[in-house]
Design a protein around this ligand. Structure first.
Ligand SMILES: Cc1cc2nc3c(=O)[nH]c(=O)nc-3n(C[C@H](O)[C@H](O)[C@H](O)COP(=O)(O)OP(=O)(O)OC[C@H]3O[C@@H](n4cnc5c(N)ncnc54)[C@H](O)[C@@H]3O)c2cc1C
Ligand code: FES
Length: 275
């Protein structure tokens, strides 16, 4: 059952001028949330912002749920000024989350910007289950160094990791999908026969590119959509997915609408329709 209520912020870590993490105390969310799920956050007393904002669960330790946030607008700017001991109003966990891969398959994680927190959580969860870090390839990209969500945490995992920035201020200069596409050509050309599973999360243009690169391979994408309500009532977050076999009337058009906040945020790349 979803938790909804006031929670204490028990810790704050400033990662850069734009990126920070908040630890919140919520045994109810901590006991339920899995990688790829998100929580909705509201700042008590701020009535000028009607809707809560969605943030992926980055980490869970005991009763503490951590979210990592990029300051990019009104609410995230206000959250940047939240400190230990303050209170937030949170609801969650929401969404379907990632399906964990079978043991022994090679795994490719491709994160752009705020796509990193849920994929780091996924990666850590897979490693905790005994997965070999040698089978995991992690690509993390940001526009510039101060928008990188984590670096030391990524390298400390012992997986193959590649970091890119659009302007070259850290790691390889360019888009994160470029080194990923290069490495995946080995898979497409049959040099890697373990059967890869690909997970992507980030801005729409990036995950669309990941879907193109992964054509025919097992690939799961977590979508970042604007979420006006966040709990399935407004359809403002809907995306088109391929029609199924049911007698849903929308299926006659060859597609149906799926709400990212309810049926997502994770979808199989093969079921998404990109307009
Ligand atoms: C499922 C999901 C998980 C997310 N997880 C994280 C996370 O872990 N860390 C993180 O920093 N951000 C995450 N986001 C994005 C985050 O919700 C937005 O950055 C936040 O809502 C912006 O609020 P704001 O009031 O500061 O921005 P606003 O002032 O409302 O807008 C500022 C800018 O942010 C963009 N924006 C607003 N809402 C969203 C949104 N829902 N998705 C993408 N862009 C948006 C606007 O288009 C605008 O360009 C996630 C979004 C979704 C849908
Ligand atoms: S945000 Fe309203 S239905 Fe998804």
């Amino acid at each position: 059952m979803k938790f909804s209520g006031s929670v204490e912020v028990s810790g704050k870590t400033v990662i850069s001028r734009n990126i920070f993490s908040l630890d919140i105390v919520s045994p109810q969310i901590a006991s339920q949330a899995s990688p790829g799920q998100f929580i909705q956050v509201k700042i008590p007393g701020i009535n000028s912002v009607l809707w809560p904002r969605p943030f992926s669960v980055r980490k869970i330790k005991d009763d503490i749920v951590t979210v990592s946030i990029k300051k990019c607008g009104k609410v995230t700017g206000l959250l940047y000024d939240i400190n230990r001991g303050d209170r937030l109003y949170v609801t969650g966990p929401f969404g379907n989350g990632f399906i964990l891969p079978q043991m022994g398959r090679s795994i490719y994680l491709v994160a752009g910007g705020a796509g990193l927190p849920p994929l780091l959580f996924l990666c850590e969860s897979i490693l905790e289950k005994g997965y070999s870090p040698k089978l995991i390839h992690f690509y993390s990209g940001a526009r510039y160094v101060e928008e990188l969500f984590a670096n030391d945490e990524l390298t400390s995992l012992g997986v193959h990791s590649v970091v890119t920035t659009d302007d070259g201020s850290y790691g390889i200069k360019g888009l994160v999908t470029e080194p990923f596409a290069n490495d995946l050509t080995k898979v497409h050309s049959g040099k890697d026969d373990l059967g890869p599973v690909i997970y992507g999360c980030g801005p729409m243009a990036m995950v669309k590119k990941v879907a193109e690169i992964c054509h025919g391979l097992e690939c799961y994408l977590s979508l970042e959509q604007l979420m006006p309500c966040g709990w399935g009532v407004c359809n403002g977050c809907a995306v088109k997915i391929k029609a199924g076999d049911s007698d849903n009337t929308e299926d006659e058009k060859g597609f149906r609408l799926a709400r990212v906040c309810k049926e997502g945020p994770v979808f199989k790349a093969s079921e998404l329709i990109w307009d």
